[in-house]
Write a protein that binds this ligand. Structure first.
Ligand SMILES: Cc1cc2nc3c(=O)[nH]c(=O)nc-3n(C[C@H](O)[C@H](O)[C@H](O)COP(=O)(O)OP(=O)(O)OC[C@H]3O[C@@H](n4cnc5c(N)ncnc54)[C@H](O)[C@@H]3O)c2cc1C
Length: 405
């Protein structure tokens, strides 16, 4: 069995590591000519870190990232609505996306060999016959394997071949600005916090690197409704003046938001987009995984985690089934329904819906006593139901190893 992986992002690299563990040969073809840091922060949730732990990557992640301690939800007046403490049985991390990518790539190169990742290979077409799946590249080369997996992200060339009428991703009507600011530790030092709503202005903030004692690199995201999408891409620059005025009064005792923006080392902009779920990923010897299969709006820290779950499921199926076509069908049967459910859930009821509930009930005014507005049980259920849909729940996690040490 030889697997051609198109795309060397989170999904493609984790898949390569999963296949290596199962003794299955693969080759990763990545479009960019060399590695460059992409984007800023990423939050690794337990259902993803469980798989990364099994791949032996946890000590590198622990060293580079920040241990997640709690998820905090505030209104736009800086009042705490809900705090969801980490379940200490399962590791969870907040980290720089570039650090995660480096750890994955180092592991692939170290375990499979440098020659297993071919940079500068942009896939422009795929085809198959009864015995092979073939990728063709912009540079004129071709690669044949028993199976071809499109892990080439939201603008997947492989998906475009399978769904030629689909067109561009679906813009959600929300744009994001992201940055990183070296800052004194805030709150617990491992808090993933969300404040405000799309109508009041919304921010997400979390630390992604420990700096010198008492200081961390804070990753921040602003989300705003906008009729027009900013250009797509991981590293497009954004401007402070596009959003800062809305947050001028957000000076809380736990964070001075305008100051954090002003001291940012960079500002990037992204359109918040996803893709409509499709009914099939596997077509004979060709399949899709990660964002190529189920790009979702980043409102539940889940796109990368679902990509990791795909990689696990696909590697298991390829190890068990003798026929490649059966393996791809088995993988699709296991993953398509749960992953598509997360895509839809992120559109309709992401975790920060609990802030919206409070803002709606208070008419966007500060509250005196939160319990007069909403019960803790109701708040908890919003989060718990999201966790159940995304695979971050006791049932799934308990099949893995509980945390030790
Ligand atoms: C702002 C933002 C914040 C996010 N935060 C989180 C989070 O906290 N937690 C989380 O789990 N997820 C998060 N996500 C989602 C997560 O980043 C994606 O789901 C994840 O990157 C998907 O991995 P992937 O490998 O499928 O795709 P990508 O990471 O997009 O990788 C695709 C790779 O394929 C390559 N490629 C593209 N086209 C071709 C081609 N034609 N030929 C060859 N190679 C090609 C690309 O260069 C790239 O390396 C976030 C997303 C965004 C936009």
């Amino acid at each position: 069995m030889r697997v051609t992986i198109v795309g060397g992002g989170i999904c493609g690299l984790v898949l390569a590591l999963m296949l290596e563990r199962r003794g299955i040969e693969c080759q990763v073809y990545e479009a960019v000519p060399a590695v460059a840091p992409l984007g800023v922060g990423i939050s690794l949730l337990p259902h993803g870190t469980l798989e990364l732990t099994e791949l032996g990557l946890m000590s590198a992640i622990q060293e580079a990232g920040v241990e997640f301690k709690d998820s905090c939800f505030f209104n736009s007046f800086g009042q705490l609505i809900y705090q969801d403490d980490a379940d200490t049985r399962w590791p969870q991390f907040l980290m720089h996306r570039a650090d995660l990518h480096r750890i994955l790539l180092d592991a692939v190169v170290g375990r499979l060999g440098t020659e297993r990742v071919s940079f500068g290979h942009r896939c422009v077409g795929v085809r198959q016959d009864a015995r092979h799946a073939v990728a063709t590249f912009e540079n004129g080369l071709e690669a044949a394997g028993d199976v071809l997996v499109g892990c080439d992200g939201i603008n997947s060339a492989v998906r475009a071949e399978l769904y030629p009428a689909e067109g561009a991703p679906v813009f959600s009507g929300i744009n994001m600005w992201r940055g990183v600011t070296p800052h004194e530790t805030i709150l617990s030092g491992g808090a993933h916090l969300r404040a405000g709503t799309l109508d009041t202005g919304k921010i997400v903030v979390y630390p992604i690197r420990n700096l010198s004692a008492g200081r961390q690199l804070l990753n921040w995201v602003v989300e705003l409704r906008d009729p027009e999408a900013v250009p797509a891409g991981w590293n497009n620059p954004g401007r402070l003046e596009d959003f800062a005025a809305l947050f001028a009064a957000w000076r809380f005792d736990w964070l001075d938001v305008p100051e954090m923006f002003e001291r940012s080392e960079l500002i990037l902009s992204y359109p918040m987009s996803d893709r409509d779920p499709v009914p099939r990923w596997s077509f004979g010897r060709i399949t899709l995984a990660g964002d190529a299969a189920h790009a979702m709006v980043p409102r539940g820290s889940n796109g990368g985690m679902q990509a990791i779950l795909d990689a696990r499921s696909l590697a298991d199926a390829l190890a068990v089934e003798r026929e490649p076509v059966d393996a791809l069908r088995r993988y699709e049967d296991e993953r398509i329904e749960p992953a598509n459910a997360v895509v839809l859930r992120n559109r309709s009821a992401p975790p920060d819906r609990l802030i919206q509930l409070v803002v709606d009930r208070t008419g966007n005014r500060p509250f005196d006593r939160l319990e007069d507005v909403i019960s803790v049980d109701e708040l908890r259920e919003v989060l718990d139901s999201y966790k159940r849909v995304s695979g971050y729940n006791e049932g799934r996690l308990s099949v893995g190893q509980p945390r030790t040490g």
